[in-house]
Design a protein around this ligand. Structure first.
Ligand code: FES
Length: 68
């Protein structure tokens, strides 16, 4: 699912950024160019959604728990 239509950013893009340690709002805005002129800014207003998705990327499922 797209989280930014202007830049074609998907949830998996944001999750991948989370895996590399990019989870802070300022980091995410910089990584995905959400501050650039010409963007509508809608997604930057919902940066909390980006943070939630990025944090999901940092969590690795416990193998013993998934076997249950
Ligand atoms: S939807 Fe992300 S800048 Fe427009």
């Amino acid at each position: 699912m797209y989280v930014c239509l202007c830049n074609g950013i998907t949830e998996s893009d944001v999750r991948e950024a989370g895996r590399t340690g990019i989870v802070m709002p300022c980091q995410l805005k910089s990584k995905f160019g959400l501050k650039r002129s010409g963007c509508c800014g809608r997604c930057a207003k919902n940066i909390d959604t980006f943070v939630e998705i990025a944090v999901q990327g940092t969590s690795v499922p416990c193998p013993t728990m998934s076997d249950r």
